[in-house]
Ligand binder design. Structure first.
Ligand code: HAM
Length: 435
C-alpha cells in the first residue's frame, strides 16, 4: 500500500462503524463534567512552542523528546499540543477568565500529539477528556476533581480501575526532596542515561519517571516524596483523603507517583488498570498551583486531570462492557420509476424533518438491490413504492424484524399513518414528542 492509502504511524482512524462508541463515552464525559459545574473550552491544536516549554517543563520527556515542533513559513516555532492543560491555562489568562468569578471550571475533549513509541494504548495522535479548575486551593477542590473523574468510570460501568494518590509537596518542601534525590542519584552517575544525567542537576525528580529500564530500576529505591513534604502540604493531603472518604471513593496512597509533567504541586493521582497491558494509566492529574504564575498571571491555585479516551475504550472492550447500539434507519423506502422516486423523496424529507432516520435509494439500484441494502443497514421498517401503488394510493410497510405489515396512503395522510403504527410497534413516545 502506498502512502496515499496508509495512515501515518501512531495515528488511528475512527470509522463510521465505531464512532458511536466514541460518541457514547464522550456524551457521558460531557454530562459528568456539566453536573460538576464545568463548561466546555476549545483551544487550538497548536500553540507557541514556548508555552509547552514553560508550562509542561523543559526537563520533561514530553518536551525533550516527544513534541511535534515546526517552524512556520513566517519563522515562528509552533508545537502541536501534547496535552490540554497548558493551552487551557493560556486561554484562561489571555481572556482574563478570572473576571468571570473564581473558581473557573472548564472541561475539554481534544486530540493530542506526542512522538512516542507507538504500541497498544500508546499513540502519537490520541484523545483526552480533561477538566481544569482555576482559583481553588482547598482540599475539597482536589476531592471534587477526583470524584468527577471517578464518576465517569462509574457511569460507564468500568471496573478494576484503582485510584492511586500521592502528594509531591509545594515549592518550599520540594527543595529538601530535590536535595535528597541529588544525593541518591549522584551515586549512579555511571549508570543513568544521558537525559537523566542532565536532569540530575536541573530537575532530579524527572529521573523518577524515566522510561529507561536501568534508570527506573535505580529509581525504585530512591527517597520517597511523602517523607519530605511540609506540615501544610501534609495537612492538605489528609483533608483530600478525608473528603474522598466522605464520597466513598477508594484509593491507595502510592508514594512513587510523581507524574511526568513539571507543573504539579501537592496532590497527584492516577487511575490505573491491569487489564490493558503496559499502558495501564487511564487517567492522570493533580494540582498545579504554580502554573498560572509561571505563565505570567497572578498566583492561582489550580488543578485538573485528563483521561485517555483510547485507553478508556480499550479497558471497556477488555471488560466486555456493552455500549448501546447506534440508531438504525427507521424507514427505508424502495422506489421504482420517476413518480415513485419523487413520492419517496417527499416522504423521506418529511420523516427526517421529524428527526426520524429515513433513507431511499440514491445510486440507481433496482428494487431487489434496494431491499438488500435496507437489510444491510438494518432498517427497522421498509416500504416499496411502484407505479401501481401510486395509482392505488396505498403501499405496504413491512416491519423488518417481525415481517408484520400495514398499509399507508401515499398522500398527505402518509406521515400520520406511518407514525401511528411506528409508535405502537416500536413503543416509543414519538407522537408525544411531535406534538
Ligand atoms: P498525562 O498523564 O500526560 O497527563 O496524560 C493523561 C492521560 O492521557 C494518560 O493517563 C493516558 O490515558 C493518556 N495518554 C497520554 N499519552 C498517551 C498516548 N501517547 N497515547 C494514548 N493515550 C495517552 C496530562 O496530559 C495532563 N495534562 C493531565 C492534567 C490535566 N493534569 C492536570 N490537568
Amino acid at each position: 500500500m502506498g502512502v496515499l492509502t496508509k495512515k501515518v504511524k501512531g495515528a488511528e482512524d475512527i470509522l463510521p462503524r465505531d464512532s458511536y462508541k466514541w460518541q457514547f463515552v464522550e456524551d457521558v464525559m460531557k454530562q459528568q463534567a456539566e453536573v460538576y459545574g464545568f463548561k466546555e473550552i476549545r483551544t487550538p491544536v497548536f500553540e507557541h512552542t514556548m508555552l509547552f516549554n514553560r508550562g509542561v517543563g523543559e526537563t520533561t520527556d514530553v518536551v525533550q523528546k516527544e513534541m511535534y515542533t515546526f517552524d512556520t513559513k513566517g519563522g515562528e516555532s509552533i508545537t502541536l499540543r501534547p496535552e490540554g492543560t497548558a493551552g487551557a491555562a493560556r486561554a484562561y489568562l489571555e481572556h482574563a477568565l478570572y473576571n468571570d468569578g473564581l473558581p473557573v471550571k472548564a472541561y475539554y475533549l481534544l486530540s493530542c500529539y506526542r512522538y512516542e513509541k507507538a504500541q497498544a494504548g500508546r499513540q502519537r495522535e490520541f484523545h483526552q477528556f480533561g477538566m481544569e479548575t482555576y482559583g481553588a486551593s482547598d482540599a475539597k477542590a482536589d476531592a471534587e476533581m477526583i470524584c468527577a473523574a471517578n464518576s465517569v468510570f462509574e457511569r460507564l460501568g468500568v471496573k478494576n480501575v484503582r485510584l492511586e494518590l500521592n502528594s509531591i509537596g509545594c515549592k518550599t518542601c520540594r527543595k529538601d526532596f530535590t536535595n535528597a534525590l541529588k544525593e541518591y542519584f549522584g551515586k549512579y552517575t555511571d549508570k543513568l542515561c544521558a537525559t537523566c544525567l542532565s536532569r540530575l542537576e536541573r530537575n532530579p525528580m524527572r529521573i523518577l519517571d524515566c522510561k529507561s529500564e536501568i534508570c527506573s530500576a535505580i529509581a525504585k529505591d530512591a527517597p520517597k516524596v511523602l517523607d519530605y513534604i511540609c506540615t501544610d502540604c501534609s495537612q492538605h493531603f489528609e483533608r483530600v483523603k478525608s473528603f474522598l472518604d466522605v464520597a466513598e471513593v477508594d484509593y491507595t496512597v502510592n508514594p512513587t507517583i510523581v507524574r511526568g509533567l513539571d507543573y504539579y504541586t501537592r496532590t497527584v493521582f492516577e487511575f490505573v488498570t491491569d487489564t490493558i497491558g503496559a499502558q495501564g494509566t487511564v487517567c492522570g492529574g493533580g494540582r498545579y498551583d504554580g502554573l498560572i504564575e509561571e505563565l505570567g498571571g497572578q498566583p492561582t491555585p489550580s488543578l485538573g486531570f485528563a483521561m485517555g479516551i483510547e485507553r478508556l475504550l480499550l479497558v471497556m472492550q477488555s471488560q466486555g462492557i456493552e455500549l448501546p447500539q447506534p440508531k438504525t434507519c427507521d424507514l427505508y423506502i424502495a422506489a421504482l420509476g420517476e413518480n415513485a422516486e419523487k413520492k419517496a423523496f417527499e416522504f423521506v424529507r418529511e420523516l427526517r424533518d421529524s428527526s426520524l432516520i429515513a433513507e431511499m435509494d440514491i445510486v440507481g439500484r433496482g428494487l431487489r438491490a434496494q431491499m438488500k441494502y435496507a437489510d444491510k443497514i438494518k432498517a427497522k421498517f421498509s416500504m416499496v413504492i411502484g407505479d401501481d401503488d401510486i395509482n392505488a394510493n396505498k403501499a405496504s410497510v413491512k416491519n423488518m424484524s417481525t415481517g408484520d405489515k400495514f398499509d399507508v396512503p401515499l398522500d398527505k395522510g402518509f406521515f400520520e399513518a406511518f407514525i401511528e403504527k411506528y409508535a405502537i410497534m416500536e413503543q416509543t413516545g414519538i407522537i408525544d414528542s411531535l406534538k
